[in-house]
Design a protein around this ligand. Structure first.
Ligand SMILES: NC(=O)c1ccc[n+]([C@@H]2O[C@H](COP(=O)([O-])OP(=O)(O)OC[C@H]3O[C@@H](n4cnc5c(N)ncnc54)[C@H](O)[C@@H]3O)[C@@H](O)[C@H]2O)c1
Length: 417
């Protein structure tokens, strides 16, 4: 930070000396005057350099102009697991991408990988900002010409949401309102929203269709459902093109090994099953705990629908291509085929080549036996179907990245809020 206090004190003592109504120039003062001009010029030059290096503050930036044939997508949460994979796919498909992320959970390392892959001007910019700050969000929308928003940014752990519900309502529901308000104000007319199967809660009937009643049972699912409601209510009286994608359990990583999943170590205890599999294979945790072996399923363990991140981002691109003003599309993104926890553990052992220790424990309260999607609507309307999801292969690809990135993307940048 620049400190101007000393400069102000000096300027008072350097005022011209007044003797009998006449000003006598002090020779030292002349030097100071020249010095001040040099300092002012240096500061101005520094400010210009800083503004140039910060694309969000550059009014002549390519990102602030609409260009025919170029679709500029704002990817919120683009430093995170799914957002970074989506940004990679968009960039490969020649979209212009702006990532906004507060790095609370994501990794600057992922953004750097993308910047190295797409260094050309006007392809990718990263803006460090918190979506909980309406002023910053508004400024970002005022200074950039977005055509569409893919809103991934969120805190996203069911367990954590039960311990800290307000954080979830704020980060998910309230921040989505901020984003939608900014979109409305700045006439950005296409929104692809990251929702979740957790909005359905515990439906009695499987598979889950988009018509299944949403009765979420934890703050994470409730916060996402409220965010959906905000978007849907707004869309009724606007011309916005809305696509809401409700993902099932996301696994895998970039098949070319450029990106991976690197959650914060402190979130391990809330973590997802794939993270636990890799931690167990590396010996970071002693083994895997399978909770519940007496469910009414073929092998007694819970059944979930896993979807590879490559397929998931493909669904986003298809959703973007099919988005139409004034139209709302809501889609489940899953394979339609559930896999049991036992099957997952076997796939994990094969993918990692490690004979992971498994403990079978009693059920965990709140877990439901079976969750899997009916993905026929997305096939029918967007011509999307999972092409890359295979439990063992998806885990193998992710394991390759995990093995070659033992420290994830490296030490996360510490940013004070
Ligand atoms: N991973 C899954 O299995 C899964 C399943 C269903 C839905 N989703 C949804 O997908 C989206 C992405 O999830 P993910 O697994 O990539 O999570 P992630 O934690 O890897 O990524 C989320 C990103 O959002 C950023 N972020 C969070 N709060 C922010 C804020 N206030 N301002 C700016 N940036 C902020 C984080 O820093 C992080 O980079 C989330 O909306 C999540 O709810 C994920």
């Amino acid at each position: 930070m620049l400190n101007f206090a000393r400069g102000r004190r000096e300027s008072r003592s350097n005022r011209p000396l007044s003797l009998g109504g006449m000003d006598y120039p002090d020779p030292k003062r002349k030097n100071n005057f020249v010095g001040k001009i040099i300092l002012a010029a240096a500061l101005t030059a520094l400010c210009i350099i800083m503004l140039k290096q910060s694309p969000s503050f550059n009014p002549t930036s390519t990102f602030s102009r609409r260009e025919s044939g170029v679709t500029h997508v704002l990817v919120t949460g683009g430093a995170g697991y799914i957002g970074s994979h989506a940004a990679l796919r968009l960039l490969k498909d020649s979209y212009r991408v702006t990532i906004v992320d507060n790095l609370s959970r994501g990794n600057l390392g992922a953004v750097k990988v993308l910047q190295q892959l797409f260094p050309e001007p006007g392809r990718l910019q990263f803006i460090y900002a918190d979506l909980g700050d309406p002023k910053s969000v508004n400024k970002i929308f005022a200074e950039n010409a977005f055509d569409a928003v893919m809103h991934f940014a969120a805190v996203a752990y069911v367990g954590e949401s039960t311990l800290d519900p307000l954080k979830y309502y704020h980060n998910i529901t309230s921040n989505t309102l901020v984003v939608v308000e900014a979109m409305a104000k700045h006439r950005v007319r296409t929104l692809i929203y990251s929702s979740t199967c957790a909005t359905y809660g515990e439906p009695e009937k499987m598979p889950i269709t988009e018509e299944t009643t949403q009765v979420p049972i934890n703050p994470y699912g409730k916060a996402k459902k409220m965010a959906e409601d905000i978007i849907l209510d707004f869309s009724k009286n606007s011309n916005m093109a809305v696509m809401i994608l409700r993902y099932f359990n996301v696994i895998g990583s970039d098949p070319e090994g450029r990106l991976g999943e690197a959650p914060r170590p402190e979130l391990r205890e809330h973590g997802r099953i794939s993270g636990a599999c890799f931690d167990a294979a590396r010996g970071i945790i002693p083994g895997l705990k399978v909770r519940g072996t007496d469910y009414k399923t073929a092998d007694g363990t819970c059944i979930r629908d896993y979807i590879d991140v490559t397929d998931l981002v493909d669904a986003h691109v298809k959703a973007l291509e099919h988005a139409r003003p004034g139209k709302v599309g809501i889609y489940n993104v899953g394979t339609g085929k559930g896999s049991s926890v036992k099957e997952f553990v076997e796939a994990c052992k094969k993918a990692t080549g490690v004979n992971i220790k498994v403990d079978f424990l009693p059920r965990r309260p709140g877990d439901y036996a079976e969750v899997y999607s009916d993905p026929s609507k997305i096939l029918r309307e967007l011509n999307w179907t999972a092409q890359h999801t295979n439990l063992q292969e998806s885990l193998q690809v992710a394991w390759r990245w995990q093995k070659s990135h033992r420290d994830g993307y490296g030490t996360p940048m510490v940013v004070s809020s």
